[in-house]
Ligand binder design. Structure first.
Ligand code: HEM
Length: 181
């Protein structure tokens, strides 16, 4: 019975962890591949800027919530995995890399030089507006660092996700190789 409860807790933790990953990485892909190109294509209006700002703010709130989920569930999962017999050194090393990259992602999100409104979205369309030279130069000043940051976050997110898959494969192979008692 205890074993069943423990397994259910593990499933719950892994589900929460995986959902947080899907939310962050999937959400970032949606921004990069759908929302920003769509905003670039339609004409610049106040409503669109408002929508972009609201979407960005909501997404940042979700990302912050997912960081809490990663930290709590990730710490428990790591402890659970590393306390099993026969965990290879490669697993521990790759887990260390995964955690370091994840912490880098969290740090990038926390940095305060990113304006609270999503400059990536808000400025995605502004540079093309005619007669708005000042707005345009302000826009491109914000645009480039923010795009670079978003691209770095997305790249790191995909790398961390891939590492998680590799970790699972290594862990399951090591467990399967353990002698049955
Ligand atoms: C400090 C932060 C984190 C820690 C300590 C952590 C730790 C772990 C551990 C120990 C596992 C189990 C690996 C295995 O199967 O052996 C795992 C799974 C996973 N992690 Fe993380 N992780 C963190 C952050 C992240 C982030 C930021 C992402 C996504 C961008 C992520 C995505 C995943 C995914 C997709 C899985 C597979 C879930 C499953 O199917 O079981 N993790 N993580």
């Amino acid at each position: 019975m205890d074993g069943v409860v423990l397994e259910l807790v593990r499933i719950g933790l892994r589900t929460a962890h995986a959902l947080a990953a899907v939310l962050w990485v999937g959400g970032s892909l949606f921004f990069a591949l759908a929302l920003i190109p769509a905003l670039r294509r339609i004409g610049a209006t106040a409503e669109r800027l408002e929508l972009a700002t609201a979407v960005g703010r909501e997404f940042r709130r979700l990302v912050r919530a997912s960081i809490v989920i990663f930290l709590v569930t990730g710490a428990i999962l790591a402890f659970d995995r590393l306390s099993r017999p026969g965990v290879p050194a490669l697993y521990t090393a790759l887990l260390g890399v995964k955690i370091a990259l994840a912490l880098w992602m969290f740090w990038l999100v926390r940095e305060r030089d990113v304006p609270d409104r999503p400059a990536t979205l808000a400025t995605a369309t502004a540079p093309s507006e005619s007669g708005a030279a000042a707005a345009s130069s302000e826009a491109s000043a914000l645009w480039h660092p923010c795009i670079r940051r978003q691209t770095l976050l997305l790249t790191l997110g995909i790398a961390v996700y891939l590492l998680a898959i590799v970790l699972r494969v290594i862990f399951e192979a090591a467990q399967a190789a353990q002698p049955r008692v």
